[in-house]
Structure formats: C-alpha cells, structure tokens
Design a protein around this ligand. Structure first.
Ligand code: AMP
Ligand code: MN
Ligand code: MN
Length: 322
C-alpha cells in the first residue's frame, strides 16, 4: 500500500499517465487521482498525460485538462504510471517517467514486472481505479474523483460481471455511489451506448465470426478497409470481443483488427480455463488471466493459427487433468 501523504511531502510537481489507447480504467484512475490531488494538494502542479480518449468519456469532469502534447521538456518530482504493465505501454509519456525524481506504478496486470521505484501491483484487484481508491482518504474524495473511479471499475469489471469483481469491489462502488454520483448515467453513457456506426461494425464482426476448435473458440477480424467503410476508429471497436465472448459454449474469444498492412491488434478473452495472459505474453503482449492483448504480424490466417495453437495446448492440459 502507498502512503500518499508521505510520498507527496515537499513535492512541487506531479505527472500522472496511463497506458496507450486509454480505456475506461486508465482514464478513470488517472482522472480520479488528478481531481483528488487538485482538491487536496492545490499547491502541487499536477498534469495528466494521456493519448486522446474515446468520445464517450468526455462527460467526465477534467477531460479538457488532460494533456495530449508529449513534446514538453519538463521533469517532475513524482510520476504516477497507472493501469500500465510496462514502461513501453506508457507510449510517449515514458519520458516523464524516466525523467522523474520519484516514480510510482499502480496497476493490476499480472504481467507487470514493476518498472517504477515504488510498485503497487495487485493482480487480484478488479481495476487500477479500485487500487487508486484504496490509497485515497474517502473523506477527502471529491465528487469528480468518485465519478472517474466508478467509471474505471465499471469498465474493467464489465459492469460488475467479470470474475475479477470481488466483495471489496462492490464495497468500494457503494462508497463511490454515496458521493451522489449518477451511476446509471455513467454505466449507460460510457459503457453500453454505442454510435450507429459502432453498432454496424459490431454487426459485421458478428456476422463474419467463425467458430473453431470444436466450437470452443470464436474468432473475428476487422480489416482497415472495413473501418474506413464504416467510418470508425480503433477505439470504436472496444467491446466487440466481449460480445463474441457471450456466445454459449465458447471458452475463448479472439478479436483482431488491422493496424497497418499485415499488422494486427489482438484481443483475447476467456471464460474459465485458459490463461490468455500467457498466450498474449508469448507474442510479446500481456494482460490478465481472462483478458489480454498483443500485437501480431502476418496474414489473418497466420494470426489465428498461431494463437489457436497456444490455446489448444492449454485446453489439452485441462483435458488431461479431467
Ligand atoms: P484489450 O483486449 O486491448 O482490451 O486488452 C485486454 C487487457 O490486456 C487490458 O488489460 C490491456 O491493458 C492488456 N493488453 C492489451 N494489449 C496489450 C499489450 N500489447 N501488452 C500488454 N498488455 C496488453
Ligand atoms: Mn486498461
Ligand atoms: Mn485496468
């Protein structure tokens, strides 16, 4: 556990950053800590660095203060790396980490090797937002922090549905609710609501999905030309892998989208017995036991063949145990 007041003693400047292509938890954890520091440590100059965030998160207070310009030659007394398993996944904010006098990492990725001086990594935690809540004083938590942290927890638990949701998660959510935040609005607006085009590409991904490995694995791919056709960006594809995963009888869902010719971003989800962080880790990525990702090169068929090979190895081990 981190003694926040102790770490901030005498500190004049703080930088906060999350992982590249920020998701709900990265944005929630960063803004949650940002608003807390702004309110309780007004004398500290605090800056949040994140890549551009999905439009649905614009409802949160403080998004206009997020800095997307990483060119500034600036060094900080303290750097917080949140929801980020690896210094490379800080993207262009990594320079603020290497340049800071003190670095603190708060994260829940099982693949996190601990890139900071102080590493608070709890793989069992539902989200980094939950861990950030744990280091803050509930009495001093502003409304804006509560909204952001609640959003982070909602996103990483798939609205309190995934197995990472613990009694502790629900207790924290209750405490955040008591700050008077509009929980339904946060859930509906930031998690469930999709644009017309997002739903169109989701439909396309479902239509083109295939079941492989005796229907235990579902796979779908979106090409760059499909994204251009529907006018969507990579962040518009968030959530597709989860819908694939809801297919009855499926143990693993694989969703890939093309980031450059013959280059793919791979998202993996599993239900019960496959550790997808191991599969993603083999291909240079990482994540959690039930949700992980990596980048891969080749044709769509190369990607699916290479990944399913590793899934098969794990499923065979499980069958041998049965
Ligand atoms: P995604 O499928 O992109 O939603 O990612 C699922 C989980 O795996 C998230 O917690 C990500 O932070 C993590 N993850 C995704 N891609 C990578 C990667 N290339 N390296 C490490 N972790 C990743
Ligand atoms: Mn994340
Ligand atoms: Mn997370």
């Amino acid at each position: 556990m981190i003694n926040l007041a102790g770490e901030l003693n005498g500190v004049k400047s703080v930088a906060i950053a999350g992982h590249i292509r920020p998701d709900g938890d990265a944005v929630g954890a960063c803004l949650g800590l940002y608003h807390y520091l702004k309110k309780n440590y007004p004398e500290i100059e605090t800056t949040v660095y994140l890549e551009p965030i999905p439009a649905a998160f614009q409802m949160l207070a403080g998004v206009s203060q997020i800095c997307h310009d990483f060119e500034q030659e600036k060094t900080y007394d303290v750097f917080f790396g949140l929801d980020c398993s690896d210094i490379k996944r800080l993207g262009r904010a990594a320079g603020y980490c290497t340049g800071a006098a003190k670095t603190i990492c708060i994260d829940h990725h099982i693949s996190n090797g601990g890139f900071a001086q102080i590493n608070y990594i709890v793989p069992e935690a539902s989200s980094t937002s939950e861990l950030v809540f744990g280091i803050l004083d509930e009495e001093k938590l502003p409304y804006e922090s509560a909204e952001a942290l609640y959003m982070g927890i909602v996103h990483d638990t798939g609205v309190f549905r995934h197995s990472c949701t613990s009694p502790e998660t629900m207790e924290i959510a209750a405490k955040l609710m008591r700050k008077g935040i509009n929980c339904s609005k946060i859930i509906n607006h930031t998690f469930y609501e999709k644009t017309y085009h997002q739903n169109q590409i989701l439909g396309r991904a479902l239509l083109e999905s295939i079941l492989v490995m005796d229907k235990k694995v579902i796979f779908s791919a979106v090409r760059q030309k499909d994204m251009e056709f529907y006018g969507v960006e990579p962040s518009d594809l968030d959530g597709i892998v989860q819908v694939l995963m809801s297919t009855a009888g499926v143990e693993v869902a694989i969703f890939i989208y093309e980031t450059a010719p013959r280059e793919y971003k791979v998202s993996l989800r599993s239900k019960e017995c496959v550790d997808v962080s191991v599969v993603a880790g083999y291909f240079g990525g990482g994540g959690h036991v039930r949700a992980a990702g990596c980048a891969m090169q080749g044709s769509i068929y190369d990607v699916v063949n290479n990944i399913t090979l590793h899934i098969e190895q794990q499923l065979q081990k499980v069958e041998n145990l049965d």
